[in-house]
Ligand binder design. Structure first.
Ligand code: SF4
Ligand code: SF4
Length: 99
């Protein structure tokens, strides 16, 4: 099942504070823009382009940031979006979304 690319999932996604991205200059720049956009988004308004996101990789697929550190621990299994969608793998930023 496709994971929804929407405000609710973005709000709950734990990628925003994940250690895999925490020192990534690329992801941090995207996060700043993303959180700013999120703060001003109304329910049902259009989502930003996935290419500008640093979250909900289970929905959008792999990160294009080359400086993420996937030796750190993925947080997905603590995320409500993960359990709600019966997801089973981790590191969506590295491996892409599930089939
Ligand atoms: S997909 Fe997992 S490893 Fe990647 S940023 Fe999100 S929580 Fe971290
Ligand atoms: S399962 Fe992982 S990638 Fe998907 S919303 Fe949760 S923390 Fe983000």
């Amino acid at each position: 099942m496709e994971v929804g690319y929407n405000k609710r999932n973005l709000e709950r996604c734990l990628c925003k504070s994940c250690p895999v991205q925490i020192d990534s200059i690329c992801a941090n720049e995207r996060k700043l823009n993303m959180l700013d956009t999120l703060a001003n988004m109304k329910e049902g308004s259009l989502m930003p382009e996935p290419a500008n996101m640093a979250a909900i990789y289970c929905s959008i697929g792999k990160s294009t940031c080359a400086d993420i550190n996937t030796d750190e621990i993925c947080q997905c299994n603590k995320c409500p979006v993960f359990s709600e969608n019966n997801l089973s793998t981790l590191y969506y930023c590295k491996l892409g979304k599930e089939d």
